[in-house]
Design a protein. Structure first.
Length: 322
């Protein structure tokens, strides 16, 4: 009776139906208007920064991943690890997984900057001179991170597995877990593990969203406070050195506070993973290796990530701001 009455009332009140339709159309139009106000140079700038930095610094990223999944074995230094890879796999071993890493980093930074700037523009209601709060930056960065992670997690799974694949294991491991390249990895993971296989490590990847959110919030606030200190508009352009400084400080702050998620994520994405869940991975890592186990690979990570983020942000700011 109630449903019939509601239907009858709606049908007899075309004004109400028209208002709802009008509100929906206005919301959709507002979203499209927001996307139109964001220049796609943010996408291009993000892709450019991600690709260039990855091609230059991939060997350090490879090392970080291998250290992260070093299950309690005797650790070696960065120099010794490089020498071991070159000796057993050749120079090409330093660039294992570079194809998915380049695609992943380029698309991730491109989408991230595009989504982030779009969400910022929406919060500013089209007024680029409106200053946002740290909470606004944190929320916009978090939303952008979740959207980007959903699109790029499959690429990171492929990249991780290729980076962990040792040449001498080619004839020893299960053929379903040995990949000849990026396309072969996508095909085999989909065939033997389904779509679910592409989203291994997604949960700890959400902690990475927090990492990116903290970094972007810190980056925006550093730029704002610095401009206020210099008594100039909060969005005033900075010099190359100033952009590099802001990027380095914000990344260091975010890295130190959120690094353990990267160890957990890499271990869950390993083809030889035996953990049943994120919680199980954390529990076993701490029990077998102590809290220090959650920070394995931190040294090559910092050596890799500091110049990496400086390159990405420097290229991005130069393309967008000239």
């Amino acid at each position: 009776m109630s449903q019939a009455t509601t239907t009858s009332d709606t049908a007899s009140d075309p004004t109400s139906a028209n208002m709802k339709s009008s509100n929906t159309s206005a919301t959709f139009a507002g979203m499209m208007s927001t996307f139109r106000t964001v220049k796609y140079e943010h996408l291009v700038a993000g892709i450019s920064g991600g690709v260039v930095s990855t091609l230059i610094l991939h060997p350090l990223d490879l090392l970080k991943i291998r250290f992260a999944v070093d299950y309690g074995q005797q650790s070696t230094g960065v120099k010794q690890a490089f020498q071991k890879i070159i000796r057993s796999e050749g120079m090409s071993g330093l660039y294992k997984g570079v194809a998915p890493n380049t695609v992943g980093a380029g698309s991730a930074w491109g989408f991230y900057f595009l989504f982030y700037q779009t969400l910022k523009a929406d919060k500013q209601h089209g007024d680029s001179l409106k200053q946002l709060s740290p909470a606004d930056h944190l929320i916009a960065a978090s939303q952008a991170g979740i959207l980007t992670l959903g699109l790029t997690n499959p690429i990171w799974v492929v990249k991780t597995r290729l980076c962990l694949q040792l040449e001498q294991k080619a004839g020893a491991v299960d053929s379903t877990k040995y990949y000849s390249g990026m396309s072969d990895a996508f095909r085999k993971i989909f065939k033997h593990e389904g779509v679910k296989g592409f989203y291994k490590g997604f949960t700890p990847g959400l902690f990475g969203v927090l990492h990116g959110s903290v970094q972007f919030m810190a980056y925006e606030e550093i730029k704002t406070k610095y401009n206020q200190y210099k008594k100039q508009p909060f969005d005033a352009k900075l010099s190359s050195v100033e952009y590099l400084g802001a990027a380095a400080i914000s990344k260091l702050f975010a890295a130190v506070t959120t690094y353990p998620y990267q160890v957990i994520r890499a271990r869950l994405q390993d083809a030889n993973c035996s953990y049943t869940s994120t919680a199980d991975c954390i529990r076993q890592t701490v029990r077998n290796e102590g809290v220090r186990g959650l920070y394995k690979g931190m040294t090559p990570y910092l050596v890799h990530v500091m110049p990496n983020i400086c390159l990405v942000f420097f290229i991005y700011e130069k393309i967008v701001n000239g």
